[in-house]
Design a protein around this ligand. Structure first.
Ligand SMILES: Nc1ncnc2c1ncn2[C@@H]1O[C@H](COP(=O)(O)OP(=O)(O)OP(=O)(O)O)[C@@H](O)[C@H]1O
Ligand SMILES: [Mg+2]
Length: 338
């Protein structure tokens, strides 16, 4: 649905060059929710704004639904932008217009007939749950309600893609969850492809299917959220995962008192999480074990579990037990052994 090909962006700032994006390659599939996470200044806003060419890349090509955006004339680009909605951290509503008028704004620009505008606006107000606030002004709304107006306005022209620039960063955790649920519903019911940027791993793990990690203008890791979350490869990714991890880092180093024992981290993904695989394998191998730490949770709709287990076995016996666990499809990582 969206292809970014060798995108780079350089700003000239105070006599020196800032390389905000460096050789970005990205492919967002139709119907998915794709997250981009990065620290402040990593280039997230610059990147998401290149998708609808609010920011023109210095080099590279942007293709949305088969259309090369970088090759369009200004008027064609305006037209094509109607199929790409966008919402913002600070909502960007027009303060002198009511909720209804804000939502109608892009339809007026597109010169839709008056009665069609009214029908569409009523529909959108229902979709985002603002029936009781339709004639209020932005200043009379909470942050969450303002973002609902932003979402309704972004959806007015029936876009294929919705871009979200830190859409929940100005909201409290509870309101954040309600806006994320609304985005998920929009993705599922209206089949709109969503690209969001954030600095919060919680946002990624609640609703995204895939994620890219942006660090100093480069994508350093990309993949399915479950894979990236449970097996982060890059240092920056590990920092983000630590934000939301329920498990404290296991102390590395000392193996005192571990003679005859082996500590492992076992990761379960999917329905396996609820199966007694661990118990059966240990029983079959006749290896006693103790669970030192554990968590079971969900990533969007994928259940997962992570356990730190001490096997009362070492050497060949431990190796055979670990091999048997891996045969059952579990991910087993040896932390330390006596
Ligand atoms: N118009 C501009 N002129 C000069 N430099 C810019 C401009 N816009 C962004 N930059 C620089 O490009 C880099 C990336 O900025 P960007 O706003 O994309 O980061 P971000 O990841 O969105 O950060 P934040 O999380 O703080 O919003 C930064 O070093 C920033 O200072
Ligand atoms: Mg930004």
């Amino acid at each position: 649905m969206i292809q970014l090909k060798q995108i780079s962006k350089t700003y000239a700032s105070g006599g020196r060059l800032v390389h905000a994006l460096k050789d970005i390659q990205l492919h967002v599939t139709k119907g998915e929710i794709f997250g981009i996470i990065g620290h402040s200044g990593a280039g997230k806003s610059t990147l998401i704004r290149t998708i609808n060419l609010l920011e023109r890349p210095s080099t590279g090509q942007v293709v949305v639904d088969g259309v090369d955006m970088t090759a369009l004339s200004q008027s064609k680009l305006q037209e094509e932008r109607r199929s790409i909605g966008m919402i913002f951290q600070h909502f960007n509503l027009l303060s002198s217009l009511t909720v209804r008028e804000n939502i109608a704004f892009p339809l007026r620009l597109a010169k839709r007939p008056k009665d069609a505008v009214k029908r569409r606006v009523d529909e959108l107000i229902g979709l985002v749950g603002l029936q009781e606030h339709a004639d209020k002004f932005p200043a009379q709304l909470s942050g969450g309600q303002k973002q609902r107006v932003g979402i309704a306005r972004a959806l007015a022209t029936d876009p294929k893609v919705l871009l979200c620039d830190e859409a929940t960063s100005a909201l409290d955790p509870q309101t954040t969850q309600s806006i994320l649920s609304l985005l998920l519903e929009i993705n599922r019911r209206l089949h709109i492809t969503i690209v969001l940027i954030t600095h919060e791993m919680q946002v990624i793990r609640s609703i995204c299917d895939r994620v890219a990690v942006l660090d100093s203008g480069e994508i350093v890791e990309t993949g399915l959220v479950a894979d990236v979350f449970l097996k982060p490869q890059h240092r920056t990714t590990r920092d983000f995962v630590a934000q939301v991890s329920e498990l404290p880092e296991i102390a590395q180093g000392s193996t005192d008192g571990m003679s005859g024992r082996t500590q492992v981290r076992i990761t379960f993904i999917g329905e396996q999480t609820y199966e007694p695989v661990l118990y059966h394998t240990m029983k079959e191998k006749n290896v006693p074990f103790a669970i030192l730490q554990g968590t079971i949770s969900r990533l969007k709709d994928v259940p997962y579990g992570q356990l730190v287990v001490e096997l009362h076995a070492s050497g060949g016996e431990a190796e055979r037990t670990i091999a048997a666990l891996r045969e059952q499809g579990l991910d087993v990582e040896v932390l330390k052994h006596g």
